[in-house]
Design a protein around this ligand. Sequence first.
Ligand code: PHE
Length: 494
Amino acid sequence: MGNERGNWGSNLGFLLAAIGSAVGLGNIWGFPYKMGKSGGFAFLLIYVLLAVFVGFVILMAELAMGRKTGQGTVGAYHALSQKFKWVGWLAVFSPFVIMSFYSVLGGYCIEYMSLNLSNLAFAGAEIQTGADLFASMLTNPFGCVMFTLLFMVICCLINRGGISGGIEKFNKVGMPALFVMLVIIIVRAVTMDGAVEGLKFMFLPGYAVQAGFIAAAPHWTTVLATAGGQMFFSLSLAMGITITYGSYVDKGQSLVKNAGIVVIADTIVAIMAGIAVIPAAVANGIQQGTPLDQIKLGGPSLLFVTLQDVFHAMGPIGPLFGVIFYLLVLVAAISSAIALIEVIATYFLDRAAAKGRPGDRPKVVFWVCVAIMAEAAIVAVDGLGSNGVYVPFQYTLRELGVSANGIVGEFNDCWLDFMDALSEGVAMPLGALLTSLMIGWEIKPKTLLDEIHIGSGAKLDGFFSFCVKFIVPLAMLLILVGQLDTFLHLGIFT
Ligand code: PHE
């Protein structure tokens, strides 16, 4: 391990950073709304199964790839395989694309946190509805660009600090703080009148349909694809992050234990976020007399419209919960964003090291952030399609008649969806599929098992080999088709 790359200060520091990368907007925003869309309990069950049989296995494999080669993503694939060496590029491409919208969403969190802070200070100022606020934010491109920039400046400063001096430090404070804030919000949410309905929605099989939240349960293949996509986005798989972080891990540590802890922590935070968000949204809807099937639990509106309305409805104390909540989401967003930036930065640092030059971290991080800011500005100005900005392929699919039901998919609606389709929809599942094929069939599971056995006596050779050869590729293929189906509205899984 080259020391100019840096190292984790401690295993706890590494763990908190890995958890920080996993815990992000995916958990706090994606999980609750996807669960809302997919009918509650069935989604939860499938999610957990996938996390154990697919997520845990890939996580372990990626950690082993990183530690074995001591290289970031591109270097690790190069060192391990002839046929698949280019896959590492996918894993640098995805984080770069994801950051184009992740940073914009981070900016939105700062805006909403400031909004609640000022509502707290100037109570009584005319309060607008969440929907009006959201629309006025989106149609103000200059503001959105400025707050995206602010978000990027914060991340840039952390990443400049390096592995132990920046990323580890932030997560050591940020992760415990996030947990405490989440507990505060949960206590408030579940004690609201009507919150029980939201809890039943989450944990009682079949309740979503029975109580009339949704008309009919979605097809199980749809739930599987949604839960699968969510699972590996949430665990930051197939994006080089775990490989990169693994390359800084000490040989004495158990990769099995570390991977297990990350999966468990990430899943717990996702479920906790569900308990914080869904019951509150449902309770507020019931209190306002909204019919159950019209309570919005999906999409960006959940976090920035529905919840903002919940905080407004709480009276003078509402903005305080608003500040806590949006700060919590912001911390989660930062901890993931710095992981994404690190993947790209590590690539350049490793490349410099390979040429025998000491990498200049602050300079590399700065330019990576500038490049991200350039693409993020487009997403920010677009404002989820509010400002009439040209979106690539916007109408192509409709003209080609590709979409089965005549609706052009989310893929085409705005820049955020376009970037999301490119990364989460295609590059990530493809990367994961190819990685499992590489490990299972080219370099063979044993290569990584040898690394996994260093520092761990766990007997999981059979489990690991079987999952990596058969279960993971199958699941990934299904997820890839499912994602394409969702993004392009092909109508395969309906
Ligand atoms: N896992 C993060 C989330 O749940 C997102 C992320 C994806 C972070 C990929 C890093 C890498 O939001």
